[in-house]
Write a protein that binds this ligand. Structure first.
Ligand code: FCB
Length: 449
């Protein structure tokens, strides 16, 4: 019986309980069955870019061990699974000929999920752009948005009869700001103009894909997954509070305003001194009605005013207090408040928390178990915040724990463990952690209603 009986009962019946992963982080098999190269395969070859030069091989070898993954999902009591489709498996060159083996893999996987009674929530793009498209300009080039829409059409055509909930992009903020501005993620470029152009073409690709999906599979429920790191003021001063407002404009505002209001925050454009490559009707395409909204939330940010700084004149840091193994601060109340803002300010449709979770330095104890009370505490704090948001009237429909498995944590390689199941990379054995057991107990009570 769950220790969290009262918390479990605060969630409505029919609430989706799921776990998330992404293709590049788990699949491995990067050279198999005709898969093309992705920007992450290439990025990881650049010395110093990823921890020990690690890449998506072997991941959790899920390209071969997907049956084991489904078994773990079942054991956890999941009703839904969020995974992503590797564009370079479907269209190895990004455009042109479809690779039938890649497509067949996802068809078989989706069928197996459905058979197991687990609803598939595929993401079309979780950062693994075909390298061939990057060679032709990547997201800073408008053609990439058109190519994305064509790829979306292929997937909706193949799986639109079986899959209801689709998301277009995962965290375009990270693709644009980390990939093209900070260069800490693939493709590792540091160029403000490229980053802002990328952000627009990512969102345009999203809008075009939503249009394509609706014409191909009218029953598809289309969403987007946006991450946020809302600001908390470094001090009580008016200056720091005002700095938080500017930070939020470039963080959530930059991606939520075009989707919900059909415009970009002008002050961010002015501060960056860039030109937006917007063409007629782009913002109408981007702000097309969404069926659902995916929120990824891990941490807030401590924001201060920096009168001598560049751009938005803000300082950024993690908040004070305990940190996860990523060095990330923790505050669940900020997630609750952001959910309420999604409802009141942006008037988002039904919402899913598509990612939330924490990394800790796990190991297998002498009793064969993985004792991870900190992950469990983080989960409970954030589920409590989610329940509070529901009670405040937010139309929250599901929660996906990040992650189903320990996996390739991008530039951090295999060093950081986010899974509810531990992966021994030498054997690829999966073992559910104690936090996963506690979560499964909670899900069981919640599902019973
Ligand atoms: C998010 C990513 C996800 C994972 C978590 C920890 O930004 O979407 O793939 O790496 O962070």
């Amino acid at each position: 019986m769950s220790r969290y009986l009262d918390l479990a009962r605060r969630f409505p019946k029919g609430f989706a309980w799921g776990f998330g992963t992404s293709s590049y982080q788990i699949e491995g098999a990067t050279k198999e069955d005709g898969r093309g190269e992705s920007i992450w395969d290439r990025f990881a070859t650049i010395p110093g870019k990823t921890h020990r030069g690690e890449n998506g091989e072997p991941g959790t070898d899920s390209y071969h061990r997907w049956r084991e993954d489904i078994a773990v999902l079942k054991e956890l009591g999941a009703t839904a699974y969020r995974f992503s489709i590797a564009w370079p498996r479907i269209l190895p060159d990004g455009t042109g000929a479809v690779n039938p083996k890649g497509l067949a893999w996802y068809e078989r996987f989706v069928d197996a999920l459905l058979e197991a009674g687990i609803e598939p929530f595929p993401t079309l793009y979780h950062w693994d752009l075909p390298q061939r498209l990057e060679d032709r300009g990547g997201w800073p080039a408008r053609d990439t948005a058109l190519a994305f829409s064509d790829y979306a059409g292929v997937m909706l055509g193949a799986l639109g009869d079986r899959v209801t909930h689709w998301s277009t992009l995962n965290e375009p903020l990270c693709s644009a700001w980390l990939g093209y501005l900070h260069g800490s993620m693939a493709p590792g470029i540091q160029d403000a103009q490229a980053a802002f152009s990328a952000s627009h073409h990512l969102l345009l690709g999203h809008g075009l894909a939503v249009q394509a999906a609706r014409s191909i599979a009218p029953k598809a429920q289309m969403g987007i997954v946006l991450n946020v790191g809302p600001g908390m003021p470094a001090s009580d001063s008016d200056e720091d509070r005002e700095a938080v407002r500017r930070h939020d404009a470039s963080d959530s505002g930059w991606f939520h305003d075009p989707i919900y209001f059909g415009r970009y925050p002008q002050e961010v454009i002015d501060a960056a001194g860039i030109t937006m490559p917007i063409q007629a009707n782009d913002l109408a395409t981007i702000s097309a009605r969404l069926d659902w909204h995916g929120l990824n939330y891990y941490f807030p940010a401590k924001i201060g005013n920096d009168p001598h700084g560049a751009g938005l004149k803000t300082t950024w840091d993690h908040i004070d207090g305990p940190k996860t193994d990523m060095g990330w601060g923790m505050n669940a109340g900020v997630m609750r408040d952001f959910l309420i803002k999604l409802k009141n300010h942006w008037k988002a449709p039904k919402i899913y928390i598509t990612e939330n979770g924490s990394a800790w330095p796990d190991s297998i104890a002498s009793d064969g178990k993985i004792h991870d009370p900190q992950r469990e505490a983080y989960l409970i704090d954030h589920l409590t915040a989610a329940a509070e948001a529901i009670e405040a009237g937010v139309d929250l429909r599901g929660y996906f724990g990040w992650s189903l498995l320990d996996n390739y944590e991008w530039a951090y390689g295999y060093d950081k463990r986010f899974g509810y199941a531990y992966v021994d990379y030498a054997t690829q054995k999966r073992t559910i952690k104690e936090s996963g057991r506690a979560f499964a107990d909670l899900i069981k009570v919640a599902r019973a209603g």
